[in-house]
Design a protein around this ligand. Structure first.
Ligand SMILES: *Cc1c(COP(=O)(O)O)cnc(C)c1O
Length: 374
């Protein structure tokens, strides 16, 4: 389209006054979908919802002429009982990403700093920028794991929020309880630390030294500056319904609830979350299948010569450097969608055995191996 000086769209004084800082804000890039292609790009759960959960959603559909419970009371009470906290310590949000943004809004004024590792979850810089805060990225240590000492050293008088994604998306690495404890003890008590535990259900005690299995809820006890984020999107298989939760001190949780968009957690999501908690054992059994598959996939990739850090989540990280984008394109041509991070690597969701075999077929092909061995 061409514009002329007479065109009102090109006249700054008549254009709608939007926030200038948002002009350069990148869009969140979701995992791609492609008809017929296998999607291993968004860390979703492969099996569909349990019949009992579908039943609860269908029953709740009968009531959608009414507004949802704005306080998600039933879900908060069920979670509180399970986690050994009070309902006042739990806030439910429209996905944990939404709670992440609420936490930034609750802590940051324009110019304040939100600190996180990089590379980590793509949404972190965006939620910081939307709130007018400055994202501060601290590079991961060798091994693609959080460098908690460097993060500690990066805290300034403007730091309001520190995000620790554990296990880390997209590298799958995790820091143990002891290391987290030392970190939390050293962070100033007036700086909020958010432990994003979206993949906590995929951690296994045997992968950690005795007593070192990290658990944000336990770490948060007695620490008013710790908030734990968890979600129903991954192990509980409700990504399409958008529901997650935060656990923290009553004071922080009350403030987080003030910046909640009213009624944004819908009634179907609340019913599905409750039903999923009722079927928890069955859902968590599914994670055992994923854990066994991730070890199989990683072993096959390592044997073929890929660099794949030890993963504690439902995905593997292939460190491919400059070949990441091409690897992802070739993989898509072979019918499998993965998540590329140009210049760094690709993140591949661990699905069921059939899906993983399809990915491995490509990854172990000569064309792919040429990209692995740079
Ligand atoms: C998937 C994911 C979430 C969950 O997001 P929802 O909004 O609950 O779907 C949160 N944090 C990280 C790091 C994730 O990878």
């Amino acid at each position: 389209m061409t514009t002329s000086p007479q065109d009102p769209a090109s006249d700054q004084s008549t254009r709608v006054q939007l926030r200038p800082d948002l002009e350069t804000l990148p869009m969140y890039v979701p995992g791609k979908s492609w008809p017929g292609a296998l999607k291993l790009a968004s860390n979703e759960s492969t099996p569909g919802p349990l019949p009992s959960v579908v039943g609860a959603i269908a029953a709740a559909a009968q009531g959608v002429n009414r507004y949802p419970d704005n306080g998600s009371v039933a879900v908060r009470e069920a979670l509180a009982e399970r986690l050994g906290v009070t309902a006042e310590q739990v806030s439910v949000g429209c996905g944990s990403v939404s709670l992440c943004q609420q936490l930034v809004l609750a802590t940051c004024s324009p110019g304040d700093e939100v600190l996180f590792a990089w590379r980590s979850f793509e949404a972190y810089p965006l939620v910081a920028l939307v709130a007018g805060a400055n994202p501060v990225r601290v590079p991961l240590a060798p091994g693609h794991v959080h460098d908690l000492d460097a993060m500690l050293a990066a805290i300034t008088g403007r730091t309001r929020l520190v995000l620790v994604c554990n296990p880390n998306n997209p590298t799958g690495t995790a820091v143990g309880r002891g290391e987290l404890e030392r970190f939390l003890d050293a962070v100033p008590s007036n700086v909020l630390v958010v432990l994003d535990e979206a993949y906590i259900e995929y951690l296994r005690a045997e992968d950690f030294a005795d007593g070192d299995l990290p658990d944000g809820i336990a770490l948060g006890r007695g620490r008013a500056n710790v908030v734990v984020l968890r979600t129903f999107s991954k192990a509980y298989g409700l990504a399409g319904l958008r529901i997650g939760y935060a656990v923290g001190s009553p004071e922080v949780i009350a403030t987080v609830s003030k910046v909640y968009i009213p009624f944004s957690v819908n009634s179907l999501a609340q019913a599905a979350a409750l039903a999923s908690l009722g079927a928890e054992a069955e859902l968590l059994e599914r994670t055992d299948v994923v854990v066994a598959e991730r070890e199989r996939v990683r072993a096959a990739l390592l044997a073929a010569g890929y660099e794949v850090p030890r993963t504690h989540a439902n995905f593997v990280w292939l460190h491919l450097g400059g070949n990441a984008a091409e690897f992802s394109t070739r993989c898509a041509e072979a019918g499998v969608l993965v998540r590329p991070f140009a210049g760094e690597g690709v993140r591949v969701t661990v699905g069921d055995a059939f899906e993983n075999d399809q990915f491995l077929d490509f990854a172990l092909s000569d064309a792919a191996l040429a990209l692995a061995r740079r």
